[in-house]
Design a protein around this ligand. Structure first.
Ligand code: SAH
Length: 347
């Protein structure tokens, strides 16, 4: 067990074992909630800090950071205690700042267009590691204008499939929304899934206030199965049923991500077919011009074409937007920065 993964109770027990008074237990718990390492717990005696360091901390450190000159987007590469590298992104919007967090090192889902999955999933992240990403970002980019915190919104859209790391992700969501923790409102959090249907139903019960995004990318099983192997296990009809259940049960719109791939899913016929599949559902479509990944051999579309596709959907009365492109100059898309650094260090 690491410090960052412990519950309040477990912290009290672990600290208690060092024979320290209760007020110290409270001090330590407070530091840990802020993601601070024992060495930086400035109000503790040095000997106690060294005792605490005999238990692994279980957090992340910033290994590399790149700032976009275009829009101030910050791309982080975090190093975990076992040496694994994983990405996170801070994006600045007028309403606040959103961080995009990873849930696994790599990914097992095998989507054909995605860089994160090229070498499979190395391991899932623990709740304490995901909390630590947030704490490191807050420390690295402190809040401005007297605001209490830098990060107002979270999207679980980095590398990994969050519902393939279900228990850790749900524990993370409980802790990150807790008043004793970062206290980020569940309404400001989105989770994106490739469509693991049974887990979507569980998720509706466990985290009804979190926004659900579903990576759809196609309107028919033939195309979707080619792009996303998970579709062979859970075909599109089942994915849409689960998404519809989320919308009905929560009264909130489900967001469908649709990466536009040149010549694959970007025609007017595709827009019409997609609209007919979604008609009647409380939903929104997020169009993303595919970010071509060198190894993948699929083409993107121009932003102009994405807007044309948007027009076709709107004509069918489907709510949609083209996703703003952030950090294009710093390999903002998931998996790309980690891949480049791994390739470089491997020579
Ligand atoms: N595994 C989850 C979380 C990843 S979220 C999921 O599949 O939803 C990242 C989003 O970016 C997903 O919608 C994913 O399909 C999409 N994506 C991955 N690679 C991309 C690329 N090269 N260009 C555009 N979108 C991509």
């Amino acid at each position: 067990m690491t410090w960052m993964d412990m519950t309040e109770r477990e912290i009290a027990d672990a600290v208690g074992a060092f024979g320290v008074p209760n007020f110290r237990v409270r001090q330590i718990a407070e530091w840990l909630r802020k993601g601070v390492r024992p060495a930086d717990m400035t109000n503790l005696p040095k000997a106690l800090r060294e005792q605490l360091d005999t238990i692994p901390f279980g957090g992340a450190r910033i290994y590399q950071k790149r700032v976009s000159e275009k829009d101030g987007t910050v791309k982080y590469l975090f190093e975990l205690e076992d040496g694994n590298l994983v990405e996170g992104v801070l994006m600045r919007y007028s309403y606040g700042n959103t961080v995009c967090l990873s849930t696994q090192v790599g990914c097992n889902m095998g989507c054909r267009f995605c860089a994160s999955t090229l070498e499979g999933c190395v391991r899932s992240l623990r709740p304490g590691e995901m909390l630590s990403f947030l704490a490191e970002i807050e420390r690295d980019e402190p809040p401005q204008d007297g605001k209490p915190r830098t990060v107002t919104n979270i999207v679980l859209m980095g590398s990994g499939e969050p519902l393939d790391n279900y228990d850790n992700v749900v524990t993370f969501l409980k802790r990150v929304t807790s008043e004793q923790g970062p206290n980020i409102s569940a309404r400001n959090i989105s989770l994106s899934t490739c469509g693991i249907v049974p887990k979507i139903y569980r998720f509706i019960d466990d985290a009804p206030h979190v926004t659900l995004s579903v990576s759809l990318h196609a309107h028919d099983n033939e195309t979707r199965s080619k792009l996303m192997p998970i579709n062979k296990a859970y075909p599109i009809e089942q994915v849409l049923d689960a998404a519809g259940t989320y919308a009905e049960r929560t009264g909130r719109r489900v967001v469908f991500e649709y990466a536009l791939i040149g010549g694959v899913n970007d025609s007017e016929r595709d827009a019409k077919a997609l609209a007919s599949k979604l008609r009647g559902m409380l939903c929104h479509v997020n169009l993303i011009p595919l970010n071509p990944v060198k190894e993948r051999g699929l083409n993107g579309v121009t932003r102009q074409h994405a807007h044309t596709f948007l027009g076709w959907l709107e004509r069918e009365h489907i709510s949609a937007t083209v996703r703003r492109e952030m950090g294009a100059d710093i390999e903002g898309a998931c998996g790309q920065l980690r891949r480049r650094v791994l390739n470089e260090t491997r020579g």
